[in-house]
Design a protein around this ligand. Structure first.
Ligand code: NAP
Length: 294
């Protein structure tokens, strides 16, 4: 037995015109989870701006949106750079109109024991995940506030916000910051009809994501085994799409400051009885040795 399978890919949960007057600006929307979420907004009628660094990624996103049949554009953005974000918003607004929904999906991550992490590695992940989320939110908030109109922000979190992430301490700390920022901005901007929520995926190995450096092939394979998850199945991209569209839709007009975990109860399975403990540095060293042998 397992948690039941979701409706099939392409099924739409909300009315097809739910976002017909909306422009969605999604960072990292050309790959993986970002593209899955952008696709569901498109199925509900939104115009989409795919913003990231790599043009190939962006074009893949635009192609997917155009197949669904909505207006789409793409723009360079490096979320670490506020000037680049301002230019990307200007470009989007000229092409599609004012941005009404912001999805902070861009991230970078790789596994490394804390004592081996360079200051540059630490800064780079904090910069993309936490600073990038704040800089994009600030740009969006300033524009919506000065036009005196509302909007919605959806951040993409991770469950190690609450558990810590041994081996990815930079990303875990940054995502914890994102969860916290969600709450601060929700309170600051609620009177202005700007809602701020966070969608927290479990492990979603979507085929077109840029696969990061999970150190051991065994570890990666374990993550993909349905038997390791209480739900006894892996989540599907459209499930994130439905949650994201609901959270930004008028049907969630009273929902703000909320983090919604979609992971088949995986992060809750911690217990006093746990599998054998392996220090991060041993796993990392073993994986490096195995890679050198190949
Ligand atoms: P992904 O395919 O690697 O997506 C990351 C995206 O971020 C890429 O499209 C990348 O595009 C963009 N990006 C990276 N650095 C950027 C920068 N400086 N400026 C602008 N864009 C940047 O991985 P994913 O798995 O779909 O992850 C999407 C989100 O889900 C992330 O927030 C991640 O933390 C979260 N998440 C994923 C999982 C999972 O199992 N997949 C689990 C929990 C949370 P460019 O290379 O074109 O810039």
């Amino acid at each position: 037995m397992a948690l039941r399978a979701p409706p099939k890919y392409g099924t739409t949960m909300l009315p097809p015109d739910t976002f017909k007057d909306d422009v969605v600006f999604i960072t990292g929307g050309g790959t993986g989870i970002g593209k899955a979420i952008a696709s569901e907004f498109a199925r509900c009628g939104a115009s989409i701006s795919i913003a990231s660094r790599d043009e190939t990624h962006r074009l893949a996103g635009v192609e997917a949106m155009e197949k669904i049949g909505v207006r789409a554009t793409h723009t360079f953005v490096d979320v670490r750079e506020p000037e680049s974000i301002e230019a990307a918003f200007d470009f989007t607004e000229n092409a599609l109109g004012p941005v009404t929904i912001l999805i902070n999906n861009a991230a970078g991550n790789f596994e490394v024991p804390a004592e081996k992490m360079s200051p540059n590695a630490w800064r780079s992940v904090i910069d993309i995940v936490l600073n990038g989320t704040f800089f994009c939110s600030r740009e969006f908030g300033q524009r919506r506030l000065s036009a005196a109109v509302g909007g919605a922000i959806l951040n993409i979190g991770a469950t190690y916000s609450w558990t810590g992430g041994p081996g990815t301490s930079h990303s875990a700390a940054a995502k914890a910051g994102v969860t916290n920022l969600t709450q601060s901005l929700a309170v600051e901007w609620a009177p202005d009809d700007i809602r701020v929520n966070c969608l927290v995926p479990g492990y979603f190995p979507l085929p077109d994501r840029s696969e990061g450096g999970w150190v051991t092939p065994e570890g990666k394979a374990a993550l993909r085994r349905a038997s390791t998850i209480p739900a006894q199945r892996i989540g599907e991209g459209q499930e994130l799409g439905w949650a994201a569209t609901y959270m930004c839709s008028p049907y969630a007009a009273y929902l703000t400051g909320h983090s919604l975990v979609l992971d088949g109860a995986n992060w809750l399975r911690r217990n006093l009885r746990m599998p054998e403990f392996e220090p991060v540095r041993d796993v990392y060293d073993a994986a490096r040795a195995a890679t050198k042998k190949d």
